[in-house]
Design a protein around this ligand. Structure first.
Ligand code: DAH
Length: 351
């Protein structure tokens, strides 16, 4: 065996013995590096006579090519082994149950509010949202509920440790009724301009869904719940319109005509006359039971004044509906607390 064959064998054996890429590169240097053995042989060529130089040079180059091929083969083998090891380390147990991507869904209250909004929008109502932290004036005084008036205790209000510009404690709104005032005041200038120009005065027709807060907590009361305020003010909007609108809404919402609506006389400071709206279904598990779903009434002249409008020319009705109550009736839920516990076994049913 020629010295070159031996060299190729030695190199191949050393490459094979290198357990890591780094050690393989060291072995490579011993043969192909600047001070390596192949390089040494090529340098030695210079001392040979011309005709030997040619054949010996060709032989060395051929041996060098074989060494390089052996090196590449070992590099590939090491890379493959590393990949194998990595794959083994990250091995998947395909017998494990898959991790399912949890499908999200809208909360039953969100669905219900969206449904209520869509129905009122189809009747020409705008949808407005307002702040949950309110001033005393917006939550009470503007709604004809003066300071120290006993009617204020109808709502056990949460107060915020911060005062408004008038030095009164801010509150977590106990109802959505302040939105009547906020919305009407935002549009009052438009009304005044139309009136001054002798044009037909635009109507206010709006619903305001949102969260409200009261110090109250049991199976049918939560300290946070939802209401949908409704307001329709025009030159000639009457209680009859309230009946038509609300009855139409109930029909759409529950997708049935098999129910009765009753307007039960009541008291609210911001309406006169005032009524609770009850409904009773003619079928289903609640058949024949009167269920209170909203407070309502003809807006009190003092409140219209606080809208920035003249109660001689602007009259209409308002209502405040229980948003959660509507969701419970629609889905047959009997405990309000389920709505806000965040229990996925309950919520997943509405996906
Ligand atoms: N704000 C009342 C409450 O929270 C509900 C209500 C009653 C709203 C009559 C109204 C209304 O707009 O006209 O109990």
């Amino acid at each position: 065996m020629s010295d070159l064959d031996t060299l190729v064998r030695t190199a191949t054996a050393e490459f094979a013995a290198a357990p890591t890429p780094a050690e393989l590169e060291n072995a490579k240097a011993r043969f192909l590096g600047k001070a390596g053995r192949v390089t040494g042989l090529l340098k030695a060529l210079g001392a040979l006579p011309v005709e030997q130089k040619k054949t010996r040079g060709a032989e060395i180059n051929e041996a060098k090519a074989r060494i390089e091929a052996a090196l590449q083969a070992r590099r590939d083998a090491l890379a493959e082994a590393e990949l194998d090891a990595q794959l083994k380390a990250q091995a998947l147990d395909v017998t494990l149950p898959g991790r399912r991507r949890g499908g999200g869904g809208l909360h039953p209250v969100s669905r219900t509010l969206a449904r209520i909004e869509a129905i009122f929008a189809s009747m020409g109502f705008d949808v407005a949202e307002g702040p949950e932290i309110e001033t005393d004036w917006m939550s009470f005084t503007a709604l004809n509920n003066p300071e120290n008036h006993p009617a204020r205790s109808m709502q056990d209000t949460f107060y915020v440790d911060m005062k408004d510009a008038e030095g009164r404690w801010l509150n977590l709104r106990p109802h959505t009724s302040p939105m009547q005032v906020r919305y009407a005041r935002a549009h009052a200038a438009k009304h005044a301009a139309a009136e001054a120009a002798g044009q037909p005065v635009p109507e206010i027709r709006v619903i305001a869904p949102g969260r409200v807060y009261r110090v109250d907590s049991d199976a049918t009361h939560s300290p946070m719940f939802h209401q949908v305020e409704g307001l329709w003010i025009g030159e000639n909007v009457s209680f009859k319109d309230l009946k038509v609108v609300f009855t139409g809404f109930v029909r759409e919402f529950f997708e049935t005509s098999d129910f009765d609506v009753r307007f039960r006389p009541s008291f609210f400071p911001f309406t006169e006359p005032s009524a609770e709206i009850d409904i009773a279904f003619g079928h289903g598990p609640l058949a024949g039971r009167w269920l209170e779903v909203a407070g309502s009434g003809q807006v009190h002249p003092n409140v219209v004044r606080n809208y920035g409008l003249d109660p001689e020319h602007h009259i209409g009705f308002a209502f405040g509906m229980g948003g959660d109550r509507m969701a419970m009736l629609r889905y047959g839920i009997d405990d309000l607390r389920m709505m806000f516990d965040g229990d996925l076994r309950f919520l997943a049913q509405f996906r």
